[in-house]
Design a protein around this ligand. Sequence first.
Ligand SMILES: [Zn+2]
Length: 282
Amino acid sequence: MSVEQFITDEQLQTKLQVVLQTWPLYRQLNYTGGDQVKVVPQHLSLFCDNCNKDTFWETYIYPGQNNKEGFKEKEYKCRNCGNRTVTYYFYWNKQKNNTTLVFKVGQYPELEERVSDTLKTALSAEDLKVYKNALRMRNFNLGIAAVAYMRRVVENRMSDMLEVLHEAARVHNAPPEVLSRHEEMMKEKRFSVRVDYAGDLLSESLRPKGQPNPMAILHELASDGLHTKTDEECVDIFDACRQTFEFVFGKMRIETEEAKNFVKGMAELAEKRAKAQAKPAP
Ligand SMILES: [Zn+2]
């Protein structure tokens, strides 16, 4: 297992949030440094099924509290509604070799397998089933299996993805030489070539500043290097692919559809006006 060396207190706080919020049970974080941090983060960001959105969740920390002494439990409550709680059971302690080990051994309610509503509408019933399998495998730290399921869904929905990206690129005035390759790419069979094209469509103006192209991660799904990766590494690949996938079929698709409807609405209005003008006066 790899050890994260000399992390700062601040980095550790952030990492612990991620471990509690999203990591599968039994996935181990092994680190050195961050020695001042002995309590779990006071706040987490989680989806609340009562508020139906991501909210802040809070735990009570009493003065002098120490969570870093073996097996512990900790409860968080949704700060927005005060109506939902989640309890984590975890191990956190210094080891004989002077590294520190932390991992969850339980949580209730269980890690969610929720698929966003926008993504649900973008998937066929069959793909949704496969996607949920992928999520389930991921939540049990079976990253290799999760990535295999994920690849199936991405391959099945790649054409839809290219359509959404092409539309977004068109709306954002992408270079004509990129847009004109679309028809050829819709017929293309090679997965990696299509992923490259998806990356070209997602111009810098369409993605967060200073970030690498999020489409690049999809290459990992088909890469030969995948065979040498561990379950943990595959969980990370899966999470990144999931983000990209949800971004395209969530935010981006909604935006392009709104843009499309707007353009359509304007065209209809113009047509109506033209007709009204063409009519002879009574
Ligand atoms: Zn709530």
